[in-house]
Design a binder for this molecule. Structure first.
Ligand code: GLC
Ligand code: CA
Length: 528
């Protein structure tokens, strides 16, 4: 068994705009992350993934990068970044940063050059194509944020491709100069000591060489975002992408002990291809299956089994419950099941990624129209696709702006922030924050949870149970997905004691052969 740190680590995603403001502008910053490191140590996470903090016009809140090798003044400076890395490392926390290779900002000097004239040396760094004879765009591809993926450039009389906003032109990764420049970006940050990258939409970086039309999506129900109308047959997940990813991996491997994580929304069979030939792809292709799974024991058991079965030899699994693009877990399954979901995430086989704020159970937040920020939500307003509700500020205490800032934050706090905040919840042994912290520390203390094998024991009548095993360390997890009492019989001959429960008053209880689970209850049992 390899001892790569990222196998046993729990990753904690921070959306820097929303974690901690230290200069009273209502927006979080890098010094704010550094200020809160002791909290993260207390919580028990191992690695921080920072969403983008690079100079950016912020059309997509930093996913439109105008300079890959600097920090936006809104978030601080390179010195602040270095200070954060040293402080984190001194506390044994790893720092993973977001790498956005598919597109730049339209204000990036590369695009300014590329769009300045057809014979500019950087013209081919982006994807320029002629109009159709009728003046229309080169093909039928949609932007992920609605409308055509092509925008017309008056000056040079061609269209350029943007898989996202028009302000996010796609780079041409078939051009070796682009690849070389981007690898230097990786090296710039690797030398600064980052422990790895989460790579934005990595499956999109190579497109069909002939830019063929995408076929209709047979599963499109007639309503939904534009992007869902067509299958992404030619605009993403092209066979050639794997060679490019192998190159990226080789750059990362020039430095010891770094991790490469890929943002990839694909069905399992396509997803696992991103581990790469001889596992020379990304270490962790994000496993997003729980993000839209029907929330019941049988469905989740099925997902676990299919996923484990699909993993190539040597591949390490991982699990995600929510992120800055998707509804928060408590918004999706409710407060009671969110506790159970946390127990699931932190006891499953594989590296968990925890989204900031989920540990205090932030649920759905209503964002008034006049405070909406997300460009996708604003471009397709009737679909409820806006991502603002998942990006509201972290809530630290009961003071005026929840300890996040000293002025009105860029997005609203939850109405119950006076009680839903770290300072208040740390005092309450039964709240989701303490549960999360206990689970994380328990995970560290038990190699069965960190690296142990996993066996499904039971998935019926709303109860999901599995065992984790490593040497003499044997742990059983039983989760009740319904609001009523359920019982579960331990496999023959096993007995043990409750180590952790989502509910009160159970710790240390000897577990009888037939175990009663209260509604929404999950328990971790130490066998022996
Ligand atoms: C990824 C990011 C998302 C962003 C998009 C375009 O999906 O997670 O927030 O809008 O890429 O960069
Ligand atoms: Ca700030």
């Amino acid at each position: 068994m390899s001892n790569d740190w990222w196998r046993t680590a729990t990753i904690y995603q921070i959306y820097p705009r929303s974690f901690q403001d230290t200069n009273a502008d209502g927006v979080g910053d890098l010094n704010g992350v550094r200020y809160r490191l002791d909290y993260l140590v207390w919580l028990g996470i191992d690695a921080i993934w920072l969403s983008p903090f690079y100079p950016s016009p912020m059309h997509d809140f930093g996913y439109d990068v105008a300079n890959y090798c600097d920090v936006d003044p809104l978030f601080g400076s390179l010195d602040d970044f270095d200070a954060l890395v040293s402080a984190a490392h001194a506390k044994s926390l790893k720092i993973i940063i977001d790498f956005v290779p598919n597109h730049t900002s339209n204000e990036h000097p590369w695009f300014l050059a590329s769009s300045s004239g057809r014979d500019n040396p950087l013209r081919d760094w982006y994807l320029w194509r002629d109009a159709q004879p009728d003046g229309g765009p080169p093909n039928n591809w949609f932007s992920h944020f609605g409308g055509s993926a092509w925008s017309w450039d008056e000056r040079t009389q061609q269209y350029y491709l943007h898989s996202f906003l028009p302000e996010q032109p796609d780079l041409n990764w078939r051009n070796p100069q682009v690849r070389a420049a981007m690898y230097d970006v990786l090296r710039f940050w690797l030398r600064r000591g980052v422990d790895g990258f989460r790579v934005d939409v990595i499956s999109h970086i190579v497109k069909d060489a002939a830019f063929r039309d995408n076929p209709a999506n047979p599963n499109f129900a007639g309503e939904g975002p534009d992007i869902a109308r067509l299958a992404q047959t030619y605009s993403s997940d092209q066979p050639e992408v794997h060679d490019v990813i192998a190159e990226i991996r080789r750059v990362v491997d020039e430095f010891p002990d770094r991790v490469l994580i890929g943002e990839i929304y694909l069905p399992i069979e396509r997803l696992v291809a991103y581990y790469g030939k001889e596992l020379g792809g990304v270490h962790l292709p994000f496993n997003f299956q729980l993000l839209d799974a029907r929330w019941d024991a049988a469905t989740i058991a099925n997902i676990i089994e299919m996923y484990e079965a699909a993993l190539p030899p040597g591949a390490w699994p991982n699990w995600v419950l929510s992120n800055h693009d998707r509804p928060r877990i408590a918004a999706r399954v409710g407060a009671a099941q969110a506790r159970l979901a946390t127990m699931l995430l932190l006891t499953l086989h594989g590296t968990p990624t925890l989204y900031y704020g989920d540990e205090i159970g932030i649920g759905h937040v209503d964002i008034a129209l006049e405070r909406a920020q997300d460009p996708w939500g604003m471009r397709e307003p009737d679909l409820g696709v806006g991502r603002d509700p998942s990006r509201t500020p972290m809530q630290w205490d009961a003071s005026a702006f929840a300890g996040f800032s000293t002025r009105e934050p860029w997005l609203p706090l939850t109405p119950d922030f006076a009680t839903r905040n770290v300072a208040t919840m740390r005092e309450d042994d039964m709240c989701i924050l303490r549960l999360t912290s206990k689970l994380l520390h328990y995970r560290h203390a038990h190699s069965a949870l960190g690296i142990g094998s996993q066996r499904l024991l039971h998935a019926s009548d709303h109860v999901l149970a599995y065992e984790r095993l490593q040497g003499a360390d044997q742990i059983l997890v039983a989760l009740n997905f319904c609001h009523d009492t359920r019982s579960f019989s331990l496999p023959n001959g096993l007995s043990g004691a409750v180590a952790l429960s989502t509910h009160s008053g159970r710790s240390g209880e000897r577990v009888p052969a037939k175990l009663e689970l209260r509604g929404d209850e999950g328990i971790v049992i130490k066998i022996g």
